[in-house]
Design a protein around this ligand. Structure first.
Ligand SMILES: Nc1nc2c(ncn2[C@@H]2O[C@H](COP(=O)(O)OP(=O)(O)OP(=O)(O)O)[C@@H](O)[C@H]2O)c(=O)[nH]1
Length: 306
């Protein structure tokens, strides 16, 4: 029997996916707190160490500790046990979303990111989600560089039951996007999701390629709503931040998909990403299953951690 998707099993999957990050942050903080009778500088230092080792990064950790201290002072708190809920508040403040995130049809979503971060899988999962919401979805196999990329996307298209526009390996990605746009317009497709190659070591080429693709979308599909989502692999920790910085220099990234949060204790990197780069996290990947890509919700995320 097919499992029915309810908010509670959605949250359970998020919670399970974040269990290692929880062990690395919250459970360690709990252990430390339990050893203290009062709040002093040593306690803050121990918490600071936990946050840094959980890949939250120095800058963001300092910000968190400062906020924590301010709240302790303001609320005249002396019991270390109360630090827990204050820390939860501080993390929520960093992660909370203030923008709405509408996907209005027709829409073109460009998926960018280096190889192996989970681009193809995320495209498949997104396609499945939108399809289940009754949207028509078309995929464009714009990663013509890597041998198996088109094949992999094709497998996802079949699995999900959506159409795909593909050319031979080595062909011009911009030509694939051009054809996909014509097909999307002719078929009245709601959402066109485009894969791209992630050759970050060749920054100039990548920049040219993305510029060309963007020019084609602007010219051929000006009426479309556009999103560029950068896919980052949470298991790479601080490396994910460098990738985000580099990609934002190359093009306008207006959303992040943070994958593989399950199986890593480095999920704290999401806090560094949110506070250091001004790019909203839109989706989080918490498993390999088709339903394991969730719209990011700060409140749920923090609840799952505590
Ligand atoms: N555990 C887990 N695995 C994931 C998640 N997202 C993707 N993966 C796995 O990560 C691996 C790489 O994913 P791909 O989608 O092939 O990555 P890609 O970025 O498209 O890579 P290239 O096609 O090489 O550019 C696959 O084995 C996926 O199943 C996730 O959220 N959790």
């Amino acid at each position: 029997m097919k499992e029915k998707e309810t908010p509670s099993n959605f949250f359970t999957r998020l919670k399970e996916g974040l269990s290692k990050t929880k062990q690395g942050i919250t459970e360690k903080v709990d252990q430390i707190i339990s050893q203290y009778q009062g709040i002093d500088e040593e306690l803050y230092e121990e918490i600071e160490e936990v946050l840094i080792t959980a890949d939250i990064g120095m800058e963001t950790t300092i910000q968190i500790i400062d906020n924590l201290k301010t709240r302790v002072r303001k609320n005249k708190i002396s019991d270390p046990q109360e630090l827990r809920s204050l820390l939860k508040e501080v993390l929520y403040e960093i992660l909370k979303e203030d923008e709405e995130f509408p996907i209005e049809d027709p829409c073109v979503i460009l998926i960018i990111g280096v190889n192996g971060v989970g681009k193809t899988t995320s495209i498949g999962k997104l396609a499945a989600q939108y399809k289940s919401q009754g949207k028509s979805v078309l995929l464009a196999a714009g990663d013509t560089f890597r041998a198996a990329a088109v094949e992999q996307l094709d497998i996802w298209a079949n699995r999900v039951g959506v159409d795909i526009i593909k050319h031979k390996q080595g062909s011009d990605p911009a030509a694939v996007i051009y054809d996909a746009i014509q097909a999307a317009k002719a078929r009245n497709t709601d959402i066109l999701i485009c894969d791209t190659a992630g050759r970050l070591h060749n920054k100039k080429n990548l920049m040219n390629e993305l510029e060309k693709i963007n020019r084609i979308i602007s010219k051929e599909f000006p009426e479309s709503n556009r999103h560029t989502f950068l896919v980052l692999d949470a298991t790479t920790g601080q490396n994910a931040i460098s990738q985000a910085k580099l990609f934002s220099e190359i093009c306008d990234v207006n959303g992040l998909i943070l994958t593989k949060l399950d199986g890593t204790s480095k999920g704290g990197v999401i806090l560094a990403i949110k506070s250091q780069l001004n790019i909203p996290v839109r989706f989080v990947g918490v498993g390999e299953g088709v339903k394991d890509l969730q719209i990011f919700n700060a409140e749920q995320f923090v609840d799952a951690l505590f």
